[in-house]
Design a binder for this molecule. Structure first.
Ligand SMILES: [Zn+2]
Ligand SMILES: [Zn+2]
Length: 294
């Protein structure tokens, strides 16, 4: 399915991204798939299968991928649809409020860059947390968030088969936080920054999906080449062992400084020291909350 770097695009591939994904993954033994990822989702940690909606793992991919895809439950989709509707309303209200302060227009590019940086950090933090801690059985976030990240590591091309709702619903819902904060703040500049943050948080999963597609729109390819948004080459680093680099999936701008600062390694050490929890990728299974050593 992928090269040693974890690329999702065999150079000789032809046809649609979806068909290429299915062909490249079909017939791959599940243990081989598991070796290419840092987070191993074992069958014992997976929830009871629910009939899949938009997610369907290709035949032959392995039980883990199929069970993770089957965890996409009807109530999860309802939550995503609600998140999309709520985000559109909240961001629309925020845009109306912004239009009332046209004097900050010269600061709009700065607000946009700050919003992109904030969204990139949020994407990296959430991605790191879901890759590193908990399991699909963790209450609430296990199925709503951790499952999708674990599925993405077992089956990196599943994202290109997801429809708009499954791809973007969770991030749209997450964007409600900066949108609502933007409606509450008094400073027009802070409001503009939070508006940009909300827009790029909402777009993050779509940007990540484009990085996995063989043929994204040409304008998107240009933005990827210019490193304005996450590029495939940059994101490939995350899909290669040991899967502890490049967690940021909006622009990827913060990956290098966070790596140099050993930000996530330091956080992992802190969490383990304070709680005794074990990092998921080092545990024998994805269930990670272990009692502190005696
Ligand atoms: Zn990951
Ligand atoms: Zn990815």
């Amino acid at each position: 399915m992928s090269t040693s770097r974890g690329r999702r695009r065999p150079p000789s591939s032809t046809g649609s991204p979806t068909s290429r994904a299915a062909r490249s993954l079909a017939g791959e033994p599940s243990d081989r798939v598991a070796r290419t990822v840092g987070v191993t989702a074992t069958r014992s940690t997976l929830s009871t299968a629910t009939p899949p909606l938009a997610s369907v793992a290709p035949r032959g991919l392995g039980d883990d991928a199929r069970e993770l895809a089957a965890g996409y439950a009807p109530h999860h989709r309802l939550y995503e649809i609600g998140g999309i509707c709520g985000a559109i309303v909240a961001t629309g209200c925020l845009a109306v409020r912004l239009a009332e302060t046209p004097q900050i227009l010269p600061l709009a590019p700065l607000a946009m860059v700050l919003g992109m940086l904030a969204a990139d950090f949020i994407s990296g933090f959430v991605h790191w947390a879901c890759d590193t801690w908990g399991s699909t059985s963790t209450p609430i976030v296990g199925q709503l968030a951790i499952r999708t990240f674990r599925e993405h590591h077992v089956d990196p091309t599943a994202i290109v088969r997801h429809d708009f709702v499954e791809t973007n619903g969770h991030n749209f819902a997450l964007s409600l936080i900066p949108s609502i904060a933007g409606l509450e703040v008094a400073s027009p500049f802070a409001r503009a920054c939070l508006f940009a943050t909300a827009v790029f948080v909402a777009m993050t999963s779509q940007i990540h999906k484009w990085a996995h597609e063989d043929a994204p729109p040409s304008f998107i390819r240009l933005l990827q080449r210019l490193r304005v948004i996450l590029s495939t080459d940059h994101h490939d680093v995350h899909h290669a062992a040991p899967h502890t680099r490049n967690f940021c999936i909006t622009t990827g701008w913060l990956d290098r400084p966070l790596h140099v600062a050993r930000f996530f390694e330091t956080l992992e050490g802190l969490v383990t020291a304070l709680t005794g929890a074990r990092v998921a990728r080092d545990a024998p299974s994805a269930a990670t909350t272990a009692p502190p050593p005696p």
